[in-house]
Design a protein around this ligand. Structure first.
Ligand code: NAD
Ligand code: DAU
Length: 366
C-alpha cells in the first residue's frame, strides 16, 4: 500500500492521474496538493472526495514547511510532481510565474523530500520523487529529424520550456548529489477530459460550440505528437513501479499531426455531432457546425514567438524496458474527448472565468 502526494492534482493531467490511480490501486492513500491557480479546479477531483483514501489540500509547492508537514504526517512514500505553470503563450507574456513555480517551487519540493526522506528517515524507507516533465525541453525538430530520445541535448526555446528544463536538471542534481531516489518522464502533448480550454484541442472544441473563431498560429503547419491523457498516466505508473531509479523516460503517442489538420479534423467531427438533434438543442450557438461548416471559423493569426516547429518522441526505451505502448488510438481518443466536452458544458463554462476571457481577449487579433 502506497501513500502518494500528488502536486497539481487539480489540473488537467494531475486530476486524470489521481482518478487513474484510484481505479488501479483503491487501497492507496492519495493526497492532492494544489494551489488552485486559474488552471486548477477542485471540481476536477470532486468525484474522489469523501473517501478516507483521498485528501485535497489547497496549498502552494513553494511552502516547504507545508510540504514537509504533509510528508511526515501522512508518511508519504511517493511524490508525483505535476504542479506547474503549463501554458507556453502565458510564459511568453509573463515568465516570472514560471520561474517561481516551475523552478523555485520544484526546488522547494526537492528540499522538503531531502529533509524528511533522507535526513529524518535516514533513507531507510523505499521512497520515490517522480518529476513530470515535457518533450519541450529538447527544443524543436526539422521535418526530417529523428524524434527526441532521452539523450537528445536540452535546447528549450520558450520560458516555459526553459523553466521545465531547469527543474529537470535540479531533480537530477538532487539524485547525483544527495542520493534522492528520483525518476523523470518527458511526455508529448496530452489531450482528453478536463483539458483547460486555453490549449489547442479544447479551445477549438469549445469555440466551435460558441461559434467563435478558431485561431491557428502562423501557417498551422507546426507538428505535435498527441497522446491520450490516460496513456500518460499509465506510463507514469509503469515508471513508479519499476526499479529504474535515477532514470529519465520519454512518453509519446507516436502520433504526429500538423495543427491545421487537427483543427480541420475537429471541425469535421463537430459538424457530424451537430447533426444530432440533442446537440443542436443543447448548443444553439453552434450555427456554423450545425450547417456543416465549422471550417469557416478557422482564422490564421500571428504566430507564437519562438514557436517550435515540430515535436516527436521516440519512446523506444520506455517500450523496451517498461513495456509502454499507448492504448488509445487517436481516432477513438479524439472522439471520446469531443463527447466529454459535449457532455460537460457546465465544467468548461465554469472554468472560463473572467480571467480566462481577459486572457483570450489579449491573445488574438480576431
Ligand atoms: P495544468 O496547467 O492543467 O495544471 C497545473 C496544476 O498545477 C493546476 O491544478 C494548478 O492549480 C497547479 N499549480 C500551479 N502552480 C502551483 C503551485 N505553485 N503550487 C501548487 N499547485 C500549483 O497543467 P497540465 O497540463 O495538467 O500539466 C501538468 C504537468 O505535466 C506540468 O508539469 C506540465 O509541464 C507537464 N506536461 C504537460 C503536458 C501537456 O500536454 N499538458 C505534456 C507533458 C508534460
Ligand atoms: O509538448 C508538451 C507540451 O504540450 C506541454 O509541456 C505543455 O504544457 C502543453 O501546454 C503543450 O504545449 P503546446 O504549446 O504544444 O500546446 P498548445 O495546446 O498551447 O498548442 C499546441 C499547438 O497549437 C502549438 O503548435 C501552438 C498551436 N496553437 C495553440 C493555440 C492555443 C494554435 O495554433 N492556436 C491556438 O489558439
Amino acid at each position: 500500500m502506497s501513500k502518494l502526494l500528488v502536486t497539481g492534482g487539480a489540473g488537467f493531467i494531475g486530476s486524470n492521474f489521481v482518478r487513474y490511480w484510484r481505479a488501479a490501486y483503491p487501497d492507496d492513500l492519495v493526497i492532492v496538493l494544489d494551489a488552485l491557480t486559474y488552471a486548477g479546479n477542485r471540481a476536477n477531483v470532486a468525484d474522489l472526495e469523501g473517501s478516507d483514501k483521498f485528501l485535497f489540500v489547497q496549498g502552494n509547492i513553494l511552502d516547504q514547511t507545508l510540504v514537509e508537514d504533509l510528508l511526515r504526517r501522512y508518511e508519504i512514500d511517493t511524490l508525483v510532481h505535476f504542479a506547474a505553470e503549463s501554458h507556453v503563450d502565458r510564459s511568453i507574456l509573463g515568465p516570472d510565474a514560471f520561474i517561481e513555480t516551475n523552478i523555485v517551487g520544484s526546488h522547494c519540493l526537492l528540499k522538503a523530500t531531502r529533509q524528511v526522506w533522507l535526513e529524518e528517515w535516514t533513507g531507510k524507507r523505499t521512497v520515490r520523487f517522480h518529476h513530470v516533465s515535457t518533450d519541450e525541453v529538447y527544443g524543436t525538430l526539422g521535418p526530417e529529424d529523428p524524434p527526441f530520445t532521452e539523450t537528445t541535448p536540452y535546447a528549450p526555446n520558450s520560458p516555459y520550456a526553459a523553466s521545465k528544463a531547469s527543474s529537470d536538471h535540479l531533480v537530477r542534481a538532487y539524485m547525483e548529489t544527495y542520493g534522492l531516489p528520483v525518476t523523470i518522464s518527458n511526455c508529448s502533448n496530452n489531450y482528453g477530459p478536463y483539458h483547460f480550454p486555453e490549449k489547442l484541442i479544447p479551445l477549438v472544441i469549445t469555440n466551435i460550440l460558441d461559434d467563435r473563431p478558431l485561431p491557428v498560429y502562423g501557417d498551422g503547419l507546426q507538428i505535435r505528437d498527441w497522446l491520450y491523457v490516460e496513456d500518460h498516466c499509465r506510463g507514469i505508473d509503469l515508471i513508479l513501479k519499476s526499479d529504474r531509479v535515477g532514470e529519465c523516460f520519454n512518453i509519446g503517442g507516436n502520433n504526429e499531426w500538423a495543427n491545421i489538420d487537427i483543427v480541420r479534423l475537429i471541425c469535421e467531427l463537430m459538424n457530424e455531432a451537430m447533426q444530432d438533434e440533442i446537440y443542436r438543442e443543447a448548443f444553439p450557438k453552434a450555427l456554423s457546425a450545425q450547417r456543416g461548416e465549422a471550417e469557416r471559423l478557422i482564422a490564421f493569426v500571428t504566430d507564437r514567438p519562438g514557436h517550435d516547429r515540430r515535436y516527436a518522441i521516440d519512446a523506444t526505451k520506455t517500450k523496451m524496458i517498461l513495456g509502454f505502448m499507448p492504448k488509445e488510438s487517436f481516432a477513438t481518443g479524439i472522439r471520446k474527448t469531443i463527447q466529454w466536452y459535449l457532455a460537460n458544458e457546465t465544467w468548461w463554462r465554469d472554468v472560463q472565468t473572467g480571467e480566462y476571457r481577459q486572457w483570450i481577449a489579449t491573445q488574438y487579433d480576431i
